[in-house]
Ligand binder design. Structure first.
Ligand code: GUN
Length: 284
């Protein structure tokens, strides 16, 4: 029997709790949490993500301000805006939606955002603190994965976690999060030989590679927990993950669906980080 990990329901529950927490904190501090979202250019997927982030903020009482800049915006102008937001006491969280246009250096942008306001957890200070196992703002998607496991009482301690994908946004931070929970971690990627034989050793298998249904029956150990971070759009418009969902439902003990799995948790963790940054700012 396989249990579906319902990210949508968990996200809704967490957002309801956050909404209450925010109202209590506003009474205490006299200030409302504020998130600045920067979007450079008109990439259609990024526009949808930014709109969803704005809506999510609204749903829990966080004030969001979107800065929609033209694709021709120079790096200097963008850095100036970040400097201004870093200084703005009404803004507790800042994120710049990625990717930025090619003429802008992503690292320069991410490093300019104050680590205290870096609600994406991408600043090298936050990355370093994560590696050291210290308190920090953590990248939202892998943090959402950990939150789902916790909600379903799945303890990574002592378990073999196999991660497929080594991206900066998901795979790499997830290595640290799993290690910090005392899992034994194996990371696989596009150059890994005999992927299936490694994946099927995983008690927890996380696919975050962006290849539609790469992970099939041969990759999944009987009774494993399977987390699918992939969101791929098929030619007919349907969303599919990095895992063959039918195989996961048959072989896994727990698995996340696409959609309604990891996806809704990512923005929820952004809200959580924004509230964390706001609380840190007021020492509450
Ligand atoms: N683009 C895709 N995922 C993300 C994310 O988590 N944060 C930002 N800032 N941009 C993204």
């Amino acid at each position: 029997m396989s249990t579906l990990i319902d990210g949508k329901a968990l996200a809704a529950k967490m957002r309801a709790q956050m909404g209450e927490e925010v109202e209590n904190l506003v009474k205490e501090t006299g200030k409302r949490p504020g998130l600045a979202v920067i979007l450079v250019g008109a990439d259609p997927a990024s526009q949808i993500y930014v709109r969803n982030k704005e809506k999510a903020c609204e749903s829990v009482g966080i004030l969001s301000t979107a800065h929609r800049l033209s694709a021709e915006t120079s790096e200097e102008e963008l850095l100036k805006l970040i400097d201004r937001l870093n200084e703005d006491p009404e803004i507790h969280g800042i994120l710049c939606q990625l990717p930025v246009p090619d003429h802008i250096c992503t690292d320069n942008i991410l490093q300019r955002i104050s680590p205290q306001k870096d609600v994406d957890g991408f600043h090298p200070i936050n990355v370093g603190n994560l590696v050291l196992g210290k308190e920090c703002l953590m990248p939202c998607t892998p943090a959402g994965v950990m939150e789902m496991l916790n909600a379903y009482n799945i303890d990574p301690e002592g378990q073999h976690c196999v991660i497929v994908g080594r991206s900066t946004l998901v795979g790499k931070p997830l290595i640290q999060m799993m290690l910090n929970k005392n899992a034994t971690v194996t990371v696989t990627h596009s150059r890994t030989r005999d992927l299936a034989s490694i994946c099927c050793q995983g008690d927890i298998l996380v696919a975050a590679v962006g290849v539609p249904e790469l992970i099939g029956r041969d990759h999944i150990k009987q009774g494993a927990v399977v987390i699918d971070v992939g969101i791929n759009r098929r030619e007919d418009g349907k969303l599919i993950g990095d895992v063959d969902g039918v195989a996961a439902a048959e072989v896994a003990s727990y698995y996340t669906p696409v959609a309604g799995g990891v996806g809704p948790m990512t923005i929820t963790m952004l809200l959580k980080n924004t509230i964390r940054a706001y609380k840190n700012a007021y020492g509450v």
